[in-house]
Design a protein around this ligand. Structure first.
Ligand code: NAD
Length: 349
């Protein structure tokens, strides 16, 4: 899978012949699935100098801050990270560290490829969707205030600059990967100015890519269509919040959050992370599915200019899923995280 930044920066940081990568184990199931991803990358024989850094709740507990300077320094130095999920409390606590990290490197494009695997039983076969989500603005700008007691406002920020560059990313991704269509998903019937601007930008970019079909769909109708006929979509182009929600919905079409990888790209770097969160209900039980984290690592190898190793890892994952003998509980099996990781390592050719 060729993303617009695959193999991009030629001045990649290297130490002793190894590429330097910031490794953020994360919270909840993070250390378990990140451990699995590192084990598979190591077993594939890829030489990486991991710079392990704490972030989120783990960092708050150990270092007194959820966003240590050492983490930011490492990220600015390596400009590439493999990251576990970080906890963000609901309705209280510090603002999302995930959002902060993405902003640190201006990682404006969140790419979430969502594919069916044979061996994973779901209502649809051959789902092959790519979610392209704008990563820097929208309601995630975090501008919220109380106007009066009992009245709060959250500001949705949409700019032409951010909308144009995410649309270009989506079309460029589609072009490089021979995808047939890009669908912009919106609610411009209600948010005529903000979503209207997003659509205007998408249309102007689409005009430069005549070979790729451009479509538009209102977000609620798109959700219904996704769960009844996912084959009518190909590349989905969304603002930040719709992108977050729709990518979890898409994960549900292919076996759940345990199998969908993701990446955040910008011109200066990239962070690779699964779509899923900290999964507090199964954390520490050696029960999490490591596939999403392992496939995120495979996407990272492609970005680092090692597509063959990425492809080998994807093939090993595919083989383990197809055989169906060693699967975690979310996929209907009884294997632990470490058993499934070991099976994927054994399947590496
Ligand atoms: P979640 O993704 O953590 O969990 C949702 C459901 O999916 C749970 O039932 C969980 O057990 C299951 N699940 C998730 N990953 C799995 C895996 N690898 N294997 C098997 N099952 C898996 O979502 P949530 O519960 O809404 O969020 C929990 C926390 O994670 C929150 O603090 C949230 O802010 C954070 N979060 C972080 C990120 C990130 O760091 N990128 C993303 C999403 C959520």
């Amino acid at each position: 899978m060729k993303n617009p930044y695959a193999g991009a920066p030629s001045d990649r940081r290297a130490r002793g012949g190894k590429v330097e990568v910031t490794l953020i184990p994360g919270d909840g199931v993070g250390p378990e699935v990140m451990g699995a991803a590192v084990a598979v990358v190591d077993a594939a024989g890829v030489k990486i100098a991991w710079d392990q850094q704490l972030g989120g709740a783990a960092a708050l507990k150990k270092l007194g801050t959820p966003l240590p300077d050492t983490l930011l320094r490492s990220l600015r130095h390596t400009r590439v990270a493999l990251k576990g999920p970080l906890e963000t409390r609901v309705g209280e606590g510090y603002r999302s560290i995930n959002v902060h990290l993405r902003r640190t490197l201006d990682l404006y494009a969140n790419l979430r490829p969502t594919r069916s695997f044979s061996g994973v039983h779901t209502p649809f076969r051959n789902v092959d969707l790519v979610v392209v989500r704008e990563n820097t603005e929208d309601l995630y700008a975090g501008i919220e205030y109380q106007v009066a007691p009992g009245v709060v406002e959250s500001i949705k920020v949409i700019t032409a600059r951010a909308s144009l560059r995410i649309a270009r990313f989506a079309f460029e991704f589609a072009r490089r990967n021979g995808r047939r269509s890009v669908t912009a998903i919106h609610k411009a019937n209600i948010m005529k100015l903000s979503d209207g601007l997003f659509l205007k930008c998408a249309r102007s970019v689409a005009a430069h890519y005549r070979q790729i079909e451009y479509k538009e769909q209102i977000v609620d109708a798109a959700c219904m269509r996704l769960v009844t006929d996912p084959s009518s979509f190909d590349v989905l182009l969304l603002e930040n919040l719709y992108g977050d929600i729709v990518s979890d919905l898409c994960a549900g079409l292919v076996g759940g959050l345990g199998v969908v990888p993701g990446a955040n790209y910008g011109q200066r770097g990239a962070i690779f992370e699964a779509v899923h969160g900290t999964a507090p209900d199964i954390a520490g039980k050696n029960a999490a599915n490591p596939v999403a984290a392992i496939l995120s690592a495979a996407m990272m190898l492609e970005y680092l200019g090692q597509p063959r190793d990425g492809a080998r890892i994807r093939e090993a994952v595919g083989n383990v899923l197809r055989r169906g003998r060693v699967l975690t509980r979310d996929l209907g099996g009884a294997a632990s995280t470490s058993e499934m990781t070991a099976a994927i390592v054994r399947a590496l050719k």
